[in-house]
Design a protein around this ligand. Structure first.
Ligand code: NDP
Ligand code: MG
Length: 382
């Protein structure tokens, strides 16, 4: 039985991970669970799974008497303490935003395996996380959950170093795939929160609509698979059946396909390197008939070019892109800025002299600095 901690247990990925624990009750015991503000939901999960630790990252609240069997952690440092101190084989990181940076580092440093759904952390902190990580051996200590990176991980199994020409990330294109720039100017949060394929948390749903999700994934792919920016391509594939592809040097292309269901990628990571019986539906290509692929429209979705620009700039630019985007997404959801202003905010940040980011504390500083500047910019355009 593997011991697993789930950081962000109340979210879309966290609850799907727990559904896999339910499907395989003899395979896992829960070491720790966290939520941010949803105390009631966390209380009911703690009652059900009886972890040895639990955390509410927003801050302290009164804990019901029947839940005193578990150690409680509160506030910003809760996740890094749990990741370091609570014995566990795996730490599944499904919080939103880059608040899990120190937790990921601590989990790896204390010999745990990280199952990583959270992309913001690797985008901002890839330079300090990746030198500690091994993705492919029997002792792999980092397994990606993001479906594209899970697909690429599967396509690269058994490959020797430098064997690939390019990593081809697929993108559904989101709800505004066929919109003109003019139509995108008038997009409201409620329109952007309706994703045609995936049912996800709010932040990533907005990111999918603006294609900042793909921008983050380009940077995530660079870090996870040591790819050069010129080796990472994006193809819009509205059916979301091909989850990503690898083109090898001999032009052989290996793809991973399946119905769009995050539980497949979550399960792959939770059981890696073993394959277990599915919890999702079976893919039937003869029912689907046709799959479509097209280049992304980088005029309407400047996010893609901004990702390559951040990689070209290097240093803390990916961290600044991520921080500015997080601030801009919240401002868009709050009705303070328009849909296209999100890319403007990121573009503004990338034009600044950025602080250096060579260790975890510098990355956290660069992140706060970029949030401050992004907030200033948003005030200035209102
Ligand atoms: P959700 O918004 O559904 O869930 C987020 C989880 O993190 C909740 O448990 C939430 O707690 C907690 N949380 C929120 N804010 C903070 C914070 N500041 N500090 C610590 N914990 C926090 O997100 P998703 O599950 O959709 O996404 C999680 C991560 O996985 C993201 O990085 C996303 O990009 C990535 N991802 C998600 C996919 C999906 O299909 N959903 C697919 C691929 C990647 P509370 O409930 O209390 O607010
Ligand atoms: Mg993805």
């Amino acid at each position: 039985m593997r011991k697993i901690s789930i950081l962000g247990a109340t979210g879309s990925i966290g609850s799907q991970a727990l559904s896999i624990v339910d499907a395989y009750p003899n395979k896992f015991s829960i070491s720790a669970l966290s939520a941010h503000s949803n105390a009631e939901e966390l209380f009911s999960l703690v009652r059900k799974y009886r972890p040895s630790a639990a955390a509410l990252t927003l801050g302290e609240v009164p804990i019901p008497k029947d839940l005193s069997f578990c150690s409680w952690y509160f506030g910003e440092t809760a996740l890094e303490k749990i990741a370091r101190d609570i014995p566990s084989d795996d730490v599944l990181v499904s919080v939103v935003g880059m608040s899990a940076l120190k937790a990921v580092i601590n989990a790896i440093d204390t010999g745990k395996r990280v199952l990583l759904a959270n992309k913001e952390t690797i985008v901002a902190g890839g330079s300090v996380i990746m030198p500690k990580c091994d993705l492919f051996s029997e002792n792999a200590n980092l397994i990606p959950i993001d479906s594209e990176h899970s697909a690429i991980h599967q396509c690269l199994l058994g490959a020797k170093d430098n064997a690939f020409n390019s990593l081809i990330l697929t993108a559904s294109g989101g709800p505004f795939r066929n919109y003109s720039i003019k139509e995108m100017q008038n997009v409201r949060p409620e329109d952007a929160l309706k994703h045609p394929i995936w049912d996800m948390g709010k932040k990533i749903t907005i990111d999918s609509a603006s294609m900042f999700n793909k921008a983050l994934e380009i940077i995530e792919a660079k870090w996870l698979f040591a790819a050069k920016p010129s080796q990472i391509d994006v193809l819009v594939h509205p059916e979301s059946i091909v989850h990503s592809m690898v083109e090898y040097k001999d032009y052989a292309v290996v793809a991973q396909l399946g119905v769009p269901d995050m539980r497949t990628s979550i399960m792959y990571a939770m059981f890696y390197p073993v394959r277990m019986g599915a919890v999702s539906e079976r893919l039937n290509l003869s029912d689907i008939h046709t799959l479509h692929f097209e280049k992304p429209n980088t005029m309407c979705f400047p996010s893609i070019s901004l990702a390559y620009e951040a990689l070209r700039l290097g240093g803390s630019a990916p961290c600044a892109l991520n921080a500015a985007n997080e601030v801009a997404v919240q401002a868009f959801l709050d009705g303070k800025i328009g849909f296209l202003n999100m890319a403007d905010t990121v573009k503004y940040l990338l034009s600044k002299d950025l602080p250096k980011a060579e260790n975890a504390d510098e990355i956290i500083y660069a992140d706060s600095w970029a949030r401050f500047k992004a907030t200033e910019y948003i005030h200035s355009i209102n």
